[in-house]
Design a protein around this ligand. Structure first.
Ligand SMILES: Cc1cc2nc3c(=O)[nH]c(=O)nc-3n(C[C@H](O)[C@H](O)[C@H](O)COP(=O)(O)O)c2cc1C
Length: 187
């Protein structure tokens, strides 16, 4: 059975990004293992840039061991996040920075690819204002995915969420994109 790892970057009740993410993974509810983490609950320690992972395999801190094992086992990696000040909320950014251990495996230890199992990724991004943050967030993950053996397959971006309610059509679009990723094209 294929594994889907979801990381949710919103802590809000009635979160728009979470609603879109739930619609996105609906098609996978049968026949896939889905594991979801909330970045706020996970409460990852930040990367200190200590260089431990350059000399050793893994991180000096063990709070993300289970998450990273799930990441390595994943076939799909879904990141769902609001835009905060042009980027992702700090609990999610801490997780992004903690992927440094794989840069170290690749460039300090010479292991290619540093993540054995290839992954298909999706980004689900919501912004309160029009057009903000998508490009920054997409570029950050695209760059990181080049090291993580991960291909960005689809991006869902819904903006103006602070003034305009999410529509059924937007939810339906998210659902259709999820069906396409999980159920079609030999996925
Ligand atoms: C601390 C903070 C910073 C934010 N920064 C931005 C921003 O830079 N640009 C923007 O368009 N919206 C910004 N927003 C609004 C959120 O992106 C918006 O409310 C989003 O849809 C929330 O997603 P959620 O409902 O999934 O939690 C910010 C909200 C908060 C609380």
């Amino acid at each position: 059975m294929k594994n889907i790892l979801v990381i949710n970057g919103s802590a809000r009740k009635g979160s728009v990004s979470t609603a879109l993410c739930n619609a996105f993974i609906e098609a996978a509810e049968n026949g896939f293992n889905i594991k979801t983490y909330n970045a706020y609950k996970l409460n990852a320690k930040p990367c200190y840039g200590c260089g431990y992972c350059d000399k050793n395999k893994g991180c000096i801190n063990h709070d993300l061991d289970e998450f990273m094992a799930d990441f390595e086992a994943a076939d799909y990696f879904i990141v769902s996040t609001p835009v905060f000040n042009g980027s992702v909320p700090s609990p999610l950014k801490a997780i992004v920075d903690r992927f440094q251990r794989y840069y170290a495996l690749r460039f300090a230890h010479g292991i290619k690819p540093p993540v054995t199992k290839p992954k298909k990724a999706a980004l689900i991004i919501t912004a309160g204002s029009k057009g903000e943050g998508k490009e920054n967030i997409e570029n950050m993950f695209k760059q990181q995915f080049t090291v993580l053996n991960t291909t960005l397959e689809t991006v869902i971006f819904v903006d103006s969420t602070d003034t305009v309610e999410l529509t059924d059509t937007q939810l339906e679009n998210a659902k259709n994109k999820g069906s396409k990723l999980f159920l079609m094209a030999g996925s």
